[in-house]
Every structure is written in structure tokens, then in C-alpha cells.
Design a protein around this ligand. Sequence first.
Ligand SMILES: [Zn+2]
Length: 411
Amino acid sequence: MNKVEKADHAKDFNPEAEYRKLVEKYAQNGELKKVAVVVLTEKRKTLGITDTKAEEIETEILAPVRKHLADLQSYKQYFAEEVEQKYPLDEHTLNILKDYQDMLGLRDEDVASIELEITSVKKTEYQKQLQIQKQKQEYENNLQRYEQELIKAVQAQYPLDEYVGNGLKTFQQFLKLRDEDINLIEQKILAPKQAEYEHQQQELEKLDQEQVKNSENSLLLDKVRGDDLRLDLKLDFREAIFGGEKEICISHLKSCEVCKGFGRTYTSLTYVTANRKCNFCDGKGLNPVTQKLKINIPAGIENGTRLRIAQEGDERQGGGNPGDLYIYLFVNQDKEFKRNGINILSEITIDQQQAISGCHLGVNTVDGRVELIIPPKIRTNQVMKLKNRGVPRLGNPSSRGDHLITIIVKN
Ligand SMILES: [Zn+2]
């Protein structure tokens, strides 16, 4: 039995296979250490393998490993270059890298560990950047929210009163907005508003002065004046824009015709002067009189504008100048149009096809229907301007603002 086994063993003994086993045992990462080379050189002598054959065996075992390592290195290099150029990688680049991986026959797990090594730093950087960008965007959004709020406030009321001012301050704190940014926004929105306001005040003063000049009453009597009256007048949106003559009905106190405003009548008889309470005015010297009045609304007035009509207030007991009539003009909102100073704002909705290819549309303006040419590739919220279709400038009606149309693209 033993003999047979030995014989089999001898028959099986293959020096080349032995040498191969040794090379496989010593090889590491496609390389042989110096000491391994010394051992192997000795072993090939013992096994009776020629140097050529030994090298052939070594190459056969080491070459694929070396190639694999070189392929990994190559993949790593290309991957790193792409990441350096742009991170995260786009679909296109990922596809090419995937093809390259397949070409080299690299396993997914090998590639994954390379990618992880390269991208881990980039990823952190990228996420940090995203975070910063997000915060920046949020801040920008908050600034815009504040700006919208300020625009709304100013449209409703100018100058702003303390209550609204405090509200805005609280809103700023709530949104954590820096003062310098708020200053910029305020400058942008309030400066033109202030200029407009001052201009309007000047114009109104001029109108006042003209009316005073036109009145025939002397300044002397002005000191003893009757009470001023206030009348609130609602105007349609278009009336406020174009102005014009308007008839109003007011009830004011006029001096009693019977007692000339003194409340008592004096009847001179031959010997007695009868001094009686005037029956016509019940001794008040004044009677309420309802009167129609034509007033001229200047073009371009704003909500809350005050007009002064000199001497159309109440007369005074005992004579003197009547007070003035102050007409507060309130402008009704329009379904279609809004106003921002001398500009008119409206919206128009178009569909995707119109937005892509552009179109000609009839749009409403305060002057009637007008053709609006929308260029191709317009985006939603873009604003188109119809020049000189806005509100006439107060005191200079031939100069007009614009009509701004916000384009809404329907999904
Ligand atoms: Zn009277």
C-alpha cells in the first residue's frame, strides 16, 4: 500500500505546480518582496526549473494582479479629475465612467470604495456649501417678504404712521434682517414715494392758492371764519386717474337771510326797538343749506388725497368768512387694475404654448383695449411694460406713468 501511495505521489509531483504554489503564496498586490525573490531563486534550483520557465510562471501569476491594480488606479485618476471639475457628477459623466469601469472589468465594490474615498471630502464641502446657499436664499426670501410688506404698507398709507412703522420693525426682527439691508430697501421704495408725496403736496398747495386767489374775500375777514367742513368722496378707479368735473351735494350752514346771521331781529317802531329771537333760524343766526357744487378733480390723485375748496365750509354766526370745505378723496379698488404711484399694475394669464412661441394679445388698459406683444420664451412673473398707459402726473397730466403687466403662465 505504502509503495503504491509513494509511487502515486511521485507520479503526481510536478515541479512547475510546486513553484506556482510558492509564487502565489509570496505574491502580494502583484509584487514579490526581495526576500521572496531570494527564496524563489533557491527553490527553482532545487525543483530543477529554468529561469525562463520561472519567470514565465511569475509573470502569469503577477501580471493580472498588476493589471487590475493599474486599472483601479486609472479609474481612480479619471474619477478624481471629473470630481475636481464638477461635483456632484452629472448623468452624462456618470455614464461614461460606468462604461470605462465595464471596459476595465472592474467590480462595483472596488469602484465604490474608490469613489467613496475621493468624494467623502468633496461631499462634506458640497454639503457645507449647500447649507450656506440655503441660508443665503432664505435670507433673500425674507428680504423680499419684508419688501412686499413695505410696498403694501406704503400703498395703503403714506407717510407711514408710528403704528405701521413699529409693525414693520417687529417684522424685521422676526425675519432677522440686518439694518443695512433694510435701509437699502427703504431707500429704494420710500425715496420715490417721498418725492412723489412732496410733489403732490406742492401741487395741492398751488391748487389751494389758486382757489384762494380766485375768491373775492379779503384776508382781513379771514381771521373770523366759520367752521371748516369735511366731506368724504368716493371715486372710481378711472375717475381718480383721469380726473374731471364732479358734482357733489353738501349741506353747510349759511347766514340766516332774515336776521343776517345775528339770531335776533330788530324791528324799529316809532318809539320802541323790538329785539326778538329770529324765528327763521331759531336764534342761531345760521341755517343748514343743501347745495350742489361742481368740483374739479385733478388727474392723477391718489387714495387719501385732500382737496380744499375755499369758503365752502360753514358760515359764522355774526358774519365773517365761511370756513373751507375739505374733500377727502377715497379711490375705489378696481377688479382688474392696481395702482402703484403713477404706474398701473395688472396681470394676464397665458398658456404654455403662448409663453413658448410668444403671441399678440388684446389687453385692457385704462385707455381701453390695447395690443400687447409677448415675445417668445417668456417666463411666469415676467413684467411687460405699456409705456404711457399709466396715471397722469398730478399737475402735469400730459406726462403719464406706465402700465405694468405681470405675465402668469398657466401650468
Ligand atoms: Zn335768523
